[in-house]
Design a protein around this ligand. Sequence first.
Ligand SMILES: [Zn+2]
Length: 228
Amino acid sequence: MIECDFKSPQLIKAISDIEAVNMTNIGVFIAFTIVGLWSASLVLLLLLDTSKFQIPLIVSAILWQTFLYTGLFITAHDAIHGVVFAKNPKINNWIGRIAVIIDALFSYKNSVKKHWLNHQQPGTEADPDFDNNQYQNVFAWYFRFMKSYLDLRQLFGLALIFNILNIAFKIPEINLNLFWIIPSILSSIQLFHFGTFIPHKRMEGVYTNLLRIYIVRKAFHYLLCGRL
Ligand SMILES: [Zn+2]
């Protein structure tokens, strides 16, 4: 019996088109799930009467919201790489824009610019995530890193939203701090530590040449983001 493995070019194209559509749909589905979960969860937590819940449950809720904040960053990151909705870059970029705005009123345009510099020139002076400070103190580096991504317009906007929610919508300050502010800070620390500090830090005597720094940095990025 002769086995025939032949697939016509049309059939191969049809299969790859179906796969591409499925991948595209998966990207959009995941992005909407993360944005939807983040929003719904935040609304519920802001309305929660914290006095009725035990501390472990409150801590779990903070960690859950931190996880979703990290998901927002990953969604924005995927949009920057054009893979959330590859067949329509406009919609893809709008999803990325929404993710960075609800994250902490970040500018998508700036995020795209900085992220590509980070990819194109990792571990160099041109890399916005790299800190060439002699001692590479993790705390000093984190504050410099955040300062480079946050500006006065964002801080003013976030303070305004905080006060509107607190005064006009009567959301208690404790809820805003526990479920909105703290998870956002914890997520930024997590992303900074694993996405910036570890892959970029200088390891004396081990990673002393640029090629090794580049390879380690790429490997960490692959592990965290699923792509180089
Ligand atoms: Zn990337």
